[in-house]
Design a protein around this ligand. Structure first.
Ligand code: CP3
Length: 335
């Protein structure tokens, strides 16, 4: 069993820096591309045998130290009754967005039975893998942004307008989603997930005061509720430099950092918590020398062998060259 990742989440000293990549499963890897000729993304996530194959492919091809379940953050809202499609080159597109506070009533409770296929994927992964399996969920703000916008957005105007115009109903929506997130992650841990990551990918759209008042209390509750699950909890977001002291204050073992904040600064703010990140995904497309220089500079800022997990600051770009990524994993391991 390779437990480098799990030991790093606990802040223990490790002999080699653990590495995994957000969105390592189901990007440009050949086995995944082949499956995608026949199946849609959601169809693949719902087929445990195929989803397990997609999760395993990067472990074998890239040599990473942890596996992330092949799923999507939209599976939770789907289990709560939301109808959507994942449109090629766009992302999640809903049949009907939340336009008014009344629309929230259409959201049902989450029942773990509706994601039995995810639990089965995790069981298969635990049987076949010698690296830890990471379960995940979207965070309420990021999920709400898809529910309210109805599709991916780069401004989150409708989401923020809703939050600012209907604070009470916003709180209700966040509470409903938070309960779903906790149950969804508990179901994954019950099936064998050895760590959980909460993706608040778009939370950096908020001002510090908006975050503190209208999101942070929900995040605190989620992480407090998950403490009893006894697996390391990772809190991830992007564009969080301006809210990092609040963002990193939740009771989590690991805090995700993107490239807009240096590891040194992040460490100062996050204190004893382990850090995960923070290579700019664009650096993967730069010459090899630039890649190693960037990694070396980051590793000079912190102790990469205690309380640190190497990752990108956000998801793996589909344009990344698998051979370069594999070489990068070996490079990090050699440091
Ligand atoms: O990390 C992994 O490899 C596991 C699989 C995974 C997927 N989605 C599969 C997927 C994970 C961890 C996610 C999380 C996810 N999904 C997030 C949070 C992480 C992040 O990137 O910030 C978000 C915001 C989504 C919503 C979503 N799903 C979007 C925006 C898109 C389309 C754009 C994109 O990034 O590709 C999806 C589709 C999706 N989910 C794909 C995959 C492999 C692409 C499918 C394809 O075209 O092959």
């Amino acid at each position: 069993m390779n437990d480098l990742f799990l030991r790093a989440t606990k802040g223990e000293k490790v002999e080699r820096t653990p590495v995994w990549f957000m969105r390592q499963a189901g990007r440009s890897l050949p086995g995944y591309r082949k499956l995608r000729e026949k199946y849609g993304v959601l169809e693949l996530t719902q087929n445990s045998e195929l989803a397990a194959q997609v999760s395993i492919e990067p472990i074998e091809l890239l040599g990473v130290d942890a596996s992330i379940l092949f799923a999507d953050i939209m599976l939770l809202p789907m289990a709560m009754g939301v109808k959507l499609e994942i449109v090629e080159n766009v992302g999640p597109v809903l049949s009907k967005a939340i336009d008014t506070p009344q629309d929230i009533r259409e959201l049902g409770d989450f029942d773990p039975k509706d994601v039995e296929f995810l639990q089965q994927t995790i069981r298969i992964l635990r049987e076949r893998l010698e690296v830890p399996v990471i379960g995940f969920s979207g965070a309420p703000f990021t999920l709400a942004s898809y529910l309210i916008e109805g599709r991916p957005s780069r401004t989150w105007l409708k989401t923020k307008a809703f939050m600012l115009s209907h604070p009470k109903e916003w709180d209700r929506l966040m509470t409903l989603l938070s309960r779903g997130v906790v149950e969804y992650l508990r179901a994954q841990v019950a099936a064998g997930a050895q760590a959980v990551q909460v993706f608040d990918s778009w939370v950096g759209a908020l001002s510090p005061a908006q975050y503190r008042e209208q999101v942070l209390p929900h995040m605190r509750r989620i992480f407090a509720s998950l403490k009893g699950s006894k697996v390391p909890r990772i809190h991830f977001g992007t564009n969080t430099a301006g809210i990092f002291s609040d963002f990193s204050s939740v009771d989590a073992e690991v805090i995700g950092v993107d490239w807009r904040l240096s590891l040194k600064e992040a460490k100062k703010i996050a204190g004893k918590k382990a850090l995960q990140g923070n290579l700019d995904p664009a650096v993967l497309l730069a010459p090899w020398k630039t890649i190693t220089k960037t990694v070396d500079a980051a590793f000079a800022e912190i102790n990469p062998k205690r309380g640190y997990i190497f990752n990108l600051g956000h998801g793996m770009p589909p344009e990344a060259d698998d051979a370069v990524v594999r070489k990068l994993v070996q490079y990090v391991h050699s440091k």
